[in-house]
Design a protein around this ligand. Sequence first.
Ligand code: SF4
Length: 191
Amino acid sequence: MQNSTRMSRRSFLKLTGTTAAGATAAGLAAFGVKAALAAPQKEPKRGQEFPSVCPYCAVGCGQLAMVSDGEIINIEGNPDSPINQGTLCSKGSASFQLVHNERRMTKGMYRAPGSDTWEDMSVDEILDRVAERMIESREKNFVETVDGTTVNRTESLAWLGSACVDNEECYLISKLGRTLGIVYLEHQARI
Ligand code: SF4
């Protein structure tokens, strides 16, 4: 049922597109203007469709990932999703670039304090360094009590979430942050 809905919507778009093109050509001919021939439309890339969910935010829009020869070749809104009915916002529309984008960083970069130069660094090295500094800062600035009240917190660390973080990751981040005594837990969408 859902598939036939999608097909009929596509057929409708095809039909209205053809009708509009015909009407435009007829209108131009009436003014003695020769209609320019449009470049032949390329068939949209189609592969095997896999329903997926946009990873960016909790709206959870449905997507269709098209796969051909083991490669994602396109991602678009899933018309069968009751949430977004085939639409995607600008971020969701660009999610294909999560997979294919020649400008996407594939390595870590580090700029030392006071330096104006970025150096390449492996992601493992960066993660180790972040972990070491978090522990160092926590140990230096841990507050056990305030005015006789136990608080067990550190105010020298903050954790900023991301729109790419899913529910399960949010849960783990909150748990880890609270365990470390971080009180400044925030999300980029609120900034
Ligand atoms: S398409 Fe936009 S609104 Fe929908 S889940 Fe993705 S980010 Fe959220």
